[in-house]
Ligand binder design. Sequence first.
Ligand code: TYM
Length: 335
Amino acid sequence: MTRVFSAMQPTSDSLHLGNYLGALVEWVKLQDTHDAIYSVVDLHALTQSPDPAQLRDRTRRTAAQYLAAGVDPERSLCFVQSHVPQHAELAWALSTFTGMGEAGRMTQFKDKTQKTGESGANVGLFTYPVLMAADILLYDTDVVPVGEDQRQHLELSRNLAERLNSRLGEGTVVVPKPHIVKETAKIYDLQDPVKKMSKSGGNPKGIIEILDDPKKVAKNIKSAVTDLETQIRFDRDAKPGISNLLTIYSALSGEAVEDLEARYEGRMYGHLKSELADVVVAYLTPLHDSAMEWIDSPDRLDTVLAQGAAKASAIAQVTLDRVYDRLGLLPALHR
Ligand code: TYM
């Protein structure tokens, strides 16, 4: 079976609809046909200097939302990155294969250091995509389901994999492919629909959080920024707000965008927004309830994560041993 790997950072109390539609929905589907491994990447979150208690809480909350969304621990591995030390070990080796210029070209690094300047950023933020490559390559991953904003990082993972294979011999690592679903690869901010919906910054009214109070979800949708026309049609350039609402509607209801356009012909934006608010609330309510059940049973959650980490670590060690051996590091006979 081909292998799928993906991950999210525990950097907020709740995932948002972009995380859910851009990635998590695909994770759940892919576990039917793939050998799936999903991680909560807490080491990546350290680049944002989180409060320790908050990081602990958000790590569990993120895992709880994976499980609530349908990641099935009987079929998929679900674990916390810091529990599998091989991630940091392979990242170190990969960093010696990564050019300074190559890492400096990453647009997310540039965006995140815009305010402070590069000299005000920590080195972890700079090497962040190298750790992400380690996450992926450790599991001989074939397919990585992510949103559009991770495309460039994945390209770096592919380049590093090819470089390793060319310097250390074919078969050292598997070259991963991105799995980015065009329609939902970028869900936009409701208040600023040319910007992606994002956990950090922005107007809280612009995002829909999975664990939000349904009243707030409905309010945010009803106050979404649209345009001065009245026609409900999909046109990303001329009508970014309406196009975003149609994308969300279609993804959650399974109704094609063209069918929605036909159904809303001659009707007002207010109708679309209020019916979409009902669809979103109905969709998120069971997800929210199930996530809260997991959050309220930390022991059960920790058991799932511990079992996932034990299995993930066994797979990761095989890859790490192969890479270390080809690099010329002596075998660790004490183990
Ligand atoms: P993160 O935690 O920022 O986001 C998690 C996932 O959500 C997707 N996403 C979106 N998709 C559609 N529309 C949006 N507005 C939107 N916002 C976020 C992201 O593309 C991502 O798939 N670097 C990664 C985490 C990571 C990782 C990995 C991913 C670390 N190691 C290995 C895959 C494989 C990140 O920060 O995602």
